[in-house]
Design a protein around this ligand. Structure first.
Ligand code: FES
Length: 80
């Protein structure tokens, strides 16, 4: 799956850097290097809804460094 984390200014201020770091940790911990492709994205047009990421074509808002693990597990469970 391809995960893009928004690094637009609004998401950046809300902690997208921490989300990227956390995702890198999770990918390394669970050996997901072959499954997960991480990248950064510019504004995904959801600035008012908290940090935004895109998993494949799905936009997910309100992401934090604390809930990203659950979001990742769910996406994996869905076979993404
Ligand atoms: S800055 Fe992230 S959605 Fe706009």
């Amino acid at each position: 799956m391809k995960i893009s984390v928004c690094i637009g200014s609004s998401c950046h201020l809300r902690g997208s850097y921490d989300i990227i770091q956390r995702l890198k940790e999770l990918v390394a911990r669970d050996h997901l290097e072959d499954k997960v492709e991480l990248s950064a994205a510019f504004c995904l047009g959801q600035c008012t809804h908290g940090c935004t990421i895109r998993i494949d074509e799905e936009i997910i808002t309100g992401v934090t460094k604390d809930n990203i693990e659950g979001i990742l597990q769910k996406a994996l469970a869905e076979g993404k």
